[in-house]
Write a protein that binds this ligand. Structure first.
Ligand code: ZN
Length: 220
C-alpha cells in the first residue's frame, strides 16, 4: 500500500469518527431549551386503578422517572408533579379535586413547552389493550401532539390505539399549556399487565415515548 492510500484511509476514518461524534452531540442536545412537565397520576392515598397488589400509582411513577431520564439525556429540562408516593392535595375536603387543581397549577405556572400526564387504563372487559393518548381542545396544539406522538409510537409497537379527544377531564380543562394524557395500557388486560410490570418493557416504552416527544419537537 502506498503512502497516498494510507493517508486517504486515515482521513476517511477521521471523518467517520468526527461525524459520529458530532451526531452524538446533536443527538444529546436535541431537546435543549425545552421544558417538559411529567405528571405521574395518583399517589399516596389514591392508588388509581389496581389489580391484586399491582397499583397504578406505582407504575405511573416508575414510568415517569424513566421518561424523565431519557428526556433529560436529550437536553430537556424536566419537572415531575410528584417524585414520591404522595398526592398533591393540601385539603381534607374534596381531596381528589384539590390534588388535580394543584397539579394543573404547577404545570401552568411552569409555562412548559409540553406536559404529559401518565396513567393506566382499566375496563371490566379484559380484552381491551394498548396504549392510548387522550387530548382536549384547551390548547390547539394538543391534537397535533396527540396525532404525532401516536404516529411515532406506532413505529415502535403495534399495541398503540388511535388518539381520542376527551373534553370532560377536570384536571386537563384547567391546563393552558400544550400537552396530553397517556394511558400506557390496560391493567385489566393480562398482556398489558404482564408487560407494564416488567422492567425490560418499561425501559423500551420509556425510550419510545421520549423518542416520540423528541421527534415532535424536531418537526416543529
Ligand atoms: Zn389513572
Amino acid at each position: 500500500m502506498n503512502k497516498f492510500k494510507i493517508i486517504i484511509i486515515i482521513c476517511t476514518l477521521i471523518s467517520i469518527l468526527s461525524i459520529s461524534k458530532v451526531y452524538a452531540i446533536v443527538n444529546s442536545c436535541s431537546l435543549l431549551g425545552k421544558t417538559i412537565y411529567i405528571d405521574p397520576g395518583h399517589g399516596g392515598k389514591d392508588s388509581g386503578t389496581t389489580y391484586k397488589n399491582i397499583l397504578e400509582k406505582d407504575i405511573n411513577l416508575i414510568m415517569s422517572k424513566k421518561i424523565e431520564k431519557y428526556l433529560t439525556s436529550k437536553g430537556a429540562t424536566v419537572y415531575l408533579t410528584r417524585e414520591t408516593d404522595k398526592d398533591l392535595s393540601t385539603t381534607t375536603v374534596n381531596r381528589k379535586r384539590n390534588d388535580l387543581t394543584n397539579r394543573a397549577k404547577l404545570i401552568n405556572e411552569s409555562n412548559c413547552d409540553m406536559y404529559i400526564s401518565i396513567h393506566l387504563n382499566y375496563i371490566s372487559n379484559s380484552k381491551w389493550q394498548g396504549l392510548q393518548i387522550f387530548y382536549n381542545n384547551k390548547n390547539k396544539e394538543n391534537e397535533i401532539i396527540a396525532n404525532k406522538l401516536t404516529t411515532y409510537l406506532k413505529e415502535y409497537s403495534n399495541n398503540i390505539r388511535e388518539p381520542k379527544k376527551e373534553n370532560i377531564y377536570y384536571m386537563y380543562k384547567q391546563i393552558t399549556v400544550p400537552g396530553i394524557l397517556i394511558e400506557l395500557g390496560f391493567l385489566s388486560n393480562p398482556n398489558d399487565r404482564y408487560r407494564l410490570t416488567r422492567e425490560e418493557y418499561q425501559d423500551k416504552l420509556a425510550i419510545s415515548i421520549s423518542n416520540a416527544i423528541e421527534n415532535y419537537f424536531i418537526d416543529n
